[in-house]
Write a protein that binds this ligand. Structure first.
Ligand code: FAD
Length: 459
């Protein structure tokens, strides 16, 4: 192979791009990674606010996220983002007529699907008939094939209705999980993607839905440790380097232009969001590139509240009967000193809130927290701020599956990666890492280099 053939340029330093770069470098390629921002990590990052380390948005993953777990191991970060021993989600209903009521979604050590049966049987937020109907729908869900293209065009809510799920069951169970994982309600979700999430998370293996999250700022995993791994693997990482164009040279190599320099490489991986990919794609790379522009996006809002005292004992909980969705204790990971408590509210499907002024969000969410957490009523709010991600995820609307391209393009040497590409997963860290591995392995295969795929099931 020539020098240029062995050189790959990866555009975009989110989880998809850094994964691609690591995997290509581990296979012996010379790799340059170009990221427009001054840091790695893309949509999953942290920043400083005074002494506080703040994540742009609370991120969690599940035990079934084998690619993201591989990534954590690869950057030596697994111990910093541990998983629960067993799935355990406190769910607090503040609209219950007899006063706030706490339920839990827990698993036992029993095999699938019995591992959730006990918890479901005791779940107080549904009637007995509703709990039984959930069992029947779960069994029907098990029979669905999420990769069946026919499922992509249908919406999840219609399917749930067909299986007798009441509005309350959707609110207190299916949407409780679905909104957080898909960033869409059941009505807004493709049945294929919803089936994928629920089948993999709840019905594949006993511990599949055990939840993990970073006990350090996200930047420590996705920027600091990742940079260390990239450096050790020999990747040349260029931050603050925006790629402005890519073009194919007559002899088949690629020319990559940035504002400062121009590089040549045998392979290019575009690991940027779909709109940016569309803008950079050369003619003929995809049969219908405008499909990328039809992939919608959905916002996530995080509301950050620092109290002068501890108001929440659990590490996190989910709320029902309140605009509050999921609340996480961020005190330790943010480095907050002196006895206060820092809570982050993770608000998915945030279309109604995303452009509201901070004062409006404050007036909406502080009283709700007082309703949910009695100890917050006497506490002083030391700080209140929000982080807004308007294009947090792609919208998993029915039909999105046929818009998502795979890693290979029609132009040799050009590949796509990103959580939005055709991984079968919704827009998650898992999807991003999977897409990066797919792009790297497609590029290696085209060069006749074969390397064992780190995820055996995807090999
Ligand atoms: C608030 C929030 C909460 C979330 N919660 C979760 C969660 O709990 N669990 C979960 O699994 N996922 C969650 N996600 C989704 C997850 O963060 C993303 O799916 C994932 O990080 C996407 O990674 P990516 O590499 O595909 O894309 P991105 O992170 O978008 O990376 C693309 C990169 O390309 C760079 N770039 C763009 N154009 C150029 C250019 N021309 N030249 C150079 N660089 C360029 C960008 O700066 C960016 O760094 C959440 C996302 C948000 C925003």
């Amino acid at each position: 192979m020539t020098g240029i053939e062995q050189h790959a340029v990866v555009v975009g330093g989110g989880l998809a791009g850094v994964t691609t770069a690591l995997e290509l470098a581990d296979a012996g390629m010379r790799v340059t990674l170009m990221e427009g921002r001054p840091r790695l990590g893309g949509l999953a990052f942290s920043f400083k606010r005074g002494d506080l380390d703040v994540d742009n948005g609370q991120h969690v993953y599940l035990r079934c996220c084998t690619a993201y777990r591989w990534f954590l191991d690869r950057v030596d970060g697994a111990a910093l983002a541990p998983l629960q021993d067993r799935l355990d989600v406190p769910v607090l209903d503040v609209a219950h007529p007899g006063g706030p009521r706490l339920g839990r979604l827990r698993r036992s050590g029993l095999p699938v699907p019995l591992h959730l049966a006990g918890s479901l049987a005791r779940y107080p937020h549904l009637s007995i008939a509703e709990r039984l109907s959930v069992g029947r729908a779960a069994l029907a869900l098990r029979r669905l094939d999420p990769t069946d293209p026919a499922l992509d065009g249908l919406d999840f809510a219609t399917w749930l209705g067909r299986y007798g799920q009441s509005a309350r069951t959707i609110e207190a169970l299916w949407d409780l999980v679905g909104i957080a994982t898909l960033n869409a309600t059941a009505e807004q979700s493709s049945l294929g993607l919803a089936a994928m999430v629920f089948k993999t998370g709840l019905l594949s293996e006993n511990g599949a839905a055990d939840i993990g999250w970073a006990r350090v700022p996200l930047g420590e995993l996705h920027d600091t440790l990742t940079r260390k791994a990239l450096d050790a693997a020999g990747v040349r990482t260029e931050l603050r380097t925006r790629v402005t164009g890519i073009s194919r040279m007559p002899e088949g190599a690629w020319r990559i232009d940035t504002e400062e320099e121009c590089l040549e490489a045998g392979s290019v991986v575009l690991a940027v969001p779909q709109r940016e990919a569309h803008a950079l794609l050369p003619a003929g790379a995809l049969p219908d590139p405008d499909k990328l522009l039809d992939i919608g996006t959905a916002p996530i809002l995080n509301v950050h509240v620092v109290y002068d005292r501890k108001v929440l004992k659990q590490p996190f909980f989910a709320a029902l009967g309140s605009p509050v969705q999921w609340v996480f204790d961020r005190t330790e990971s943010s480095g907050l000193p002196d006895g206060g408590q820092y809570l982050a509210l993770s608000q998915s499907v945030a279309q109604d809130d995303i452009d509201e002024p901070v004062s409006v969000l404050r007036a909406k969410y502080l009283p709700e927290l007082e309703r949910l957490l009695p100890a917050a009523r006497g506490a002083k709010v030391r700080d209140f701020f929000v982080t807004r991600e308007r294009t947090a995820t792609f919208a998993p609307t029915p039909g999105v599956g046929r818009l998502r391209p795979g890693a290979r393009t029609d132009t040799p040497g050009l590949y796509l990666a990103g959580a939005w590409t055709a991984t079968g997963w919704p827009a998650t860290m898992e999807s991003a890492v999977r897409s990066g591995l797919s792009a790297a392995h497609a590029a290696l295969a085209a060069l006749g280099r074969h390397r064992e795929h780190p995820l055996q099931e995807a090999a």
